[in-house]
Design a protein around this ligand. Structure first.
Ligand code: F6P
Length: 364
């Protein structure tokens, strides 16, 4: 029997289980393949005893509708920068990639399918360069991978954010308030931009366009003197004022990343300090954007990615990441997949044009 290994790394997102099922169902059609999953990203391989489970049809049946990942995940065990707690409680990062490569080679998998975002695909590339037959599958609610037109999970996050925004509009209107809703996305403003257009926001603040607080106050004033008398703002967690810094706190022990979050409160204070007299309320959506059942779109995209990933393995076409491009499921090299992030950066991005055309202010 030939064996294939699947794992999910980094933050979870809706659609991970649909990819796992897609790989497993497609593999079963070949009769001579068995599908395995590593628990908690590469920890399942690195840990002693190893935690590798056989993905039988019983384990994968119906999981495409479930959020999260049946294989569990972590963003604190990058094998290239693995956090190791020292005697004094401090953390040192170690490169365990050679150990991982040796263990993977011993396990003798025909292919390793690494489902994850930019960080995970960088790991895929290192392992591939060290001789592991890796195939990447792009996931993230942030949609910040440039080699694919869309990552799965993003569309579900936008829907959750839009549903929440709609609820905030009705209460903003009743109370004549300014409502600030903070969404995720790290350094990319895609969730905020989509939500602002879908929800009909007055103001949308994204990391790619630093904002001027005084301009925002003027815009809000206008809405109270000549407009509908309430304001709904969407702000991305990585947004920052022109003269200011990003709001972030140190990551948890062992995490390579700073934790974003809290810009809604920062903006609220900035608006008040700049003379905004109306009542302001803040909502930080947080991890609800990553939870729950995937949308139909994300189930379809994730399932198609899973099928494609297995087919790449069948063709022995390794060192690639599956991608959606021009309505086709295709693949790109891991080199291309990790070359540059996907940010809202060009004034000709059709979404930016649409948003500006609709009168949404970016505070610039
Ligand atoms: O990358 C996905 C994401 O949800 C970001 O939008 C967010 O900043 C981050 O992960 C949160 O990570 P954690 O789950 O570690 O708090």
């Amino acid at each position: 029997m030939k064996k294939i290994l699947i794992l999910t790394g980094g933050g979870d997102c809706p659609g991970l289980n649909a990819v796992i099922r897609g790989v497993a169902k497609r593999a079963r059609k070949e009769k001579d393949w068995e599908v395995y999953g590593s628990i908690e990203a590469f920890n399942g391989v690195l840990n002693e005893p190893q935690e590798i489970v056989k993905l039988t049809s019983k384990r994968t049946a119906g999981i495409h509708v479930k959020g999260g990942t049946i294989l569990k995940t972590t963003n604190k065990s990058n094998p290239i920068k693995f956090p190791v707690t020292q005697a004094d409680g401090s953390i040192k990062f170690m490169d365990r990639s050679d150990e991982l490569v040796a263990k993977l080679k011993k396990l003798n998998f025909e292919a390793v399918i690494n489902i994850g975002g930019d960080g995970s695909q960088k790991i895929s590339k290192v392992l591939y360069d060290k001789g592991i037959p890796v195939i990447g599958v792009p996931k993230t609610i942030d949609n910040d991978l440039s080699a694919t037109d869309m990552t799965f999970g993003f569309q579900t996050a936008v829907q959750i954010a839009t549903d929440s925004f709609d609820k905030l509009v009705t209460t903003a209107e009743s109370h004549h308030r300014v409502m600030i809703m903070e969404v995720m996305g790290r350094d990319a403003g895609w969730i905020a931009l989509h939500t602002a257009i879908a929800g009909g926001a007055e103001i949308c603040l994204i990391p790619e366009i630093p904002y001027d607080v005084n301009k925002l106050v003027k815009r809000i004033d206008l809405r109270y003197t000549k407009g509908r008398g309430f304001v709904n703002i969407v702000i991305a967690e990585g947004a920052k004022p022109k003269a200011g810094v990003i709001t972030a706190s140190a990551g948890e022990k062992g995490s390579e990343h700073v934790r974003l979050g809290g810009v809604a409160y920062q903006l609220s204070k900035q608006l008040k300090d700049a003379g905004c007299k109306v009542e302001i309320r803040e909502t930080v959506l947080g991890h609800v954007q990553r939870g729950g059942t995937p949308s139909a779109f994300d189930r379809v995209l994730a399932s198609a990615f899973g099928v494609k990933a297995f087919e790449l393995a069948l063709e022995k076409n390794f060192g690639r990441m599956v991608a959606l491009r021009n309505n086709t499921i295709t693949s790109v090299t891991l080199e291309e997949a990790t070359r540059e992030p996907n940010f809202v950066k060009h004034e000709n991005t059709y979404l930016l044009k649409a948003a500006r055309g609709l009168g949404i202010s970016f505070g610039d």
